[in-house]
Structures are given as structure tokens and as C-alpha cells.
Design a protein. Sequence first.
Lengths: 281, 317
Amino acid sequence: MPNIKELEDLTTQVRRDIIRMVHKVNSGHPGGSLGCAEFFVSLYQDIMDRNEGFDMDGINEDLFFLSNGHISPVYYSVLARSGYFPVDELNTFRLINTRLQGHPTTHEGLPGIRIASGSLGQGMSVAIGAAQAKKLNNDDKLVYSLHGDGELQEGQNWEAIMYAAAKNVDNLISTIDLNKQQIDGSTDDVLPMGSLKAKFEAFGWTVIEIEKGNDIASILEGLNKAKSLTGKGKPVCVLLHTIMGNGIDFMMHTHAWHGKAPNDEQLAIGLEQNAETLGDY
Amino acid sequence: MKTYTYTEKKDTRSGFGAGLAELGRTNPNVVALCADLIGSLKMNEFIDENPERFFQIGIAEANMMGIAAGLTIGGKIPFTGTFANFSTGRVYDQIRQSIAYSGKNVKICASHAGLTLGEDGATHQILEDIGLMKMLPGMVVINPCDYNQTKAATIAIADYDGPVYLRFGRPSVPIFTPADQKFEIGKAIQLTEGTDVTIVATGHLVWEALEASKVLHDAGISAEVINIHTIKPLDDKAILDSVSKTGCIVTAEEHNHLGGLGESVARVLAQHKPTPQEFVATNDTFGESGTPAQLMDKYGLNSDAIVKAVKKVIKRK
């Protein structure tokens, strides 16, 4: 059993990283990043079977693809704190000549990243390709992906969702960050998508829901259940109910902090609500 | 003057199919994807021999490009197959982000390029694909001229690590390059030696350039014909060496003059050796229905058009 307290401490530190990174360059996407901090920590620290170091082909290890690339702050923080690159490099986020571009990329050679993302809707196709390569290689490890709920408005996702079920891509676990927010407002205001559970099931996926998507014990239980459902002929979708901006009270339950950085005072409040645990970068 | 003849005509897409089939036998990492156009792309042989290495995507080209990018992660060398129109403009952002910017080893293989697609008309006759693809950083752009060269190019690009756009077509055209000619990416092939004009052609226009050179020879004009099968990276040296001798140039391609081979050549000349140039290409227009020969005649993409362009450019020297 993982030590939940340790994972929670890491999550708190990741939250500090996120708002400090975004504050420093006065740009970036804190809301979705904070909403997925527990998910990333659980995935990288417990769920995924990862090899030492970084190899692009990722043979005989689990792989992760981030499709909604704008939540790069949480991705970078968790990658750094999982040993892919020095934690101090978080200082360079979005600065000229950085490997930590505004949206994740392989182009600057940052270890841990296997595809560029940012233009939405492309990550599931890539994850499917990687999952099918694993099958060709007789590699029984899994492929994980994360997608925004608003991102599902991009049509390419539905090509991919249809294909993955039709081709029995059952070594894939795609998680949807169901925070019900997007840039222009709530997803129900911008473009209601109805029941995602019913849609994925109609397309032939196995769907599980994690109602408490910001609770580490619930995430671990849900993702372990998702793992147990792989290898049964169907791709697995995890609907992760999260709170955008989680962990910083004034950023929670709103789309306002989708792509906005806190000012000095707001940063101080956010840091006060998340006391240093493992040490700032 | 060196002259070229042919004994057989074949479509360049069949050269792709034959090259892919050979790769299926020689390179276990090669995989193929298709968006519901197996027959049109001549992929049957590869599929029959390697069913486990073929992915039928359905009519979903965006998904195909993403899956191809993903397959490279794990060491596969994916060859995607669909029409040129659906291989480029329809999926430009998928190629840009998931393949080109991500530096993935995907071979985008595109048939039915240009006007010679024929009767289906403008919706399918893309004349902008070379421009779209050459603008993507790191993308190699290849447009071979006949069956043999397309087969050789298909085999050669598997050994190159990086994204490639391979453009070929539907109509049967003369086979005049040697079956054993090695394909070198980025290396132009001089077909005839000449002193009065350089003709740089790509794809289906290479044979037309050779036909034009015979007519010009009879008219006392000595043309140097160069087969530029690789538009990017462009063989700058071959072009500059030739115009140093001839002093003028005609470029010929089945593509819009905006964004095509001609513009790439003009850039090289403007920077290093300003030289009179004429363009045999479409003039900022869409195509239409018709037979390939009718269309190539109407839009000025044949040997007659090349002869006219040569006579015009020589006067500008």
C-alpha cells in the first residue's frame, strides 16, 4: 500500500510549484493544473510501472500522454519530482531557451515528454498508436492518457474513440478531466456534451468514474480498478471528477483561472494555504 | 544529345505499392496505415503478406496521422496512405504538431496528387500540397517521376530517420529511369546536358521536360534537363552549377506556382545567382473535371508549355 500522506505532501509541493511557475512569468494555466495534481502524483508515484531514466520508445514500461497540453505546469512539476530532470529547471518555465515550453514538446529534448501537445484533440490518437506498437512488440505494459472534458469537443477524439473500441485497443486507459469548465465558461454553457459515460459506452469502451477526483485514495482505487479492466478486449475510460483550481480557495470552482497567473498577493495567499513540504525549487 | 525512350507505362502509385511490399519483406519495423483507400494506393501486396503490420483506420485521416505518430514510439516506421488532398490540407495541424514538431519518423505517402487525378475534379486535385508540406520545419518533400523512381524512393525513405512527404499520382506515365537506380534524398539527377537553358522538373513533368528537350534540340536549342525528385531539401548546387552554364531556367511541376518547386528554385537563385526564370505550373487556380491529358493541356503543364516557356526565358537572358 502506498503511503497516502507522502503522496499528499508531494501534491502540496506540486501545487506550490504550479503557482510559483505561473506567477514568475505571469502566464500559464494554473486552474486545470491544480485540478489534476492528485491524479499526476498518483499516476507517476504509484500507478505507472516506469523504468529508470528516459527512453523515447518506452519498451517494457507504462507510458503516459498528456493531450490537454496547456496544463504543462503540473506535468513539469511531477516529472521533475519523479526524477526526469532537475527540479531547479522548473525555474525556466516559459523563459527564452527553456526546455519547459508553454506547452509540452519533444522538440527541446525534455526527458519524460513523448509528444508535443497543446493544439487540442490529438493525444488520444497518439496514445492509441503507442498502445498498438506495444501489442506489436509483445509488450504487455499499459498506455495512459489524459484529456480535458472541453477538449472532447474536438472531432478527432471521436474518430479515435470509435477506432480504439473497434480495434480492441484494451491496453489503453484514457482519463477525462471532468472539471466541467472551459475558457469561455462551463462546458454546459459553451457546448453541452450530455453524458460522457453514455457516449463512451455507446462507442464500446468500459467506463469507470472516480467521483472524488482530488482525493488520492479514491484516485488510486479507481485507477487500480481501471488497470484490472485492461486486457479484456475494450479500451478503458476513466471519468475523473475534479475541481478546477483545487487546493487554493479563491481559484476553485471557476473557469476564471484557466489561463491566468496570480499576482504577488494572490501567490502569497496560495502559498500560505499550501505550506512547503518537500522544499521549493 | 542523350535521348530517353520507354517500353512501358505505369502509374507511380504502383511504384509505391511495390516499394512498400518490398519493405514488408526486408524491414520488420515498417508498418502501414490506410484511410479506406487500399486499392487506390496499391497497398494490397504489403497487406496480404503482413496483415499484422497493417492498420485500417477507416475514413478518419486526422486519427490516422496521430496513430502513426504514436506507432513511432516503440520503434515502428509508419507509412500512411491516402490521397494527397487528405494527406495534407485536411490534416495539417495533426501533421504539424504530432509529427513535424514532435520529430516523429512518419512517412506520409500521398497518391492522386495534382490535376492528373482527372475526372473527380477540383475537390480532390490538390495543387497546394508541396507548398503546405515544404513549409513545415524538418519535413522532407519528395515527388518522384515514374514507377521505378517512386519504388526506389519508397524504399529509401524507410532508412531516413524523420518525417517525409512522398507525393505520387494516378495516371500511367512512361517508365524511363533505370530499375536499379539508387534513390538519394536531396540529390538531383541530370538527365541531359545542355548549354542554352536549364529545365528543372519534378514528378510527372520530368518526362514532359525530356519530350520538350527533343523539340528544342530540333529547333537548335540545347536544354539541360534536371530531375528534381526532392523539393526539400533542394539540391541548390545542382541548380546553381547548371544555370552558371546556361544563364536561364524553366521550372516545371504539377502544382500551383505559389508555394511550389519554382518558388524554391527562385529563392536559391535570388540569393546566390539572380537568373531569368519561367514557371510551368498552375496559376493560382483550382482544377476541374476532365481527362488527365486534357487538364494538363488546358492548364499548361505539358511539353508544349515547357517549349514555350523556354523560348520566352531565353529571350530574357
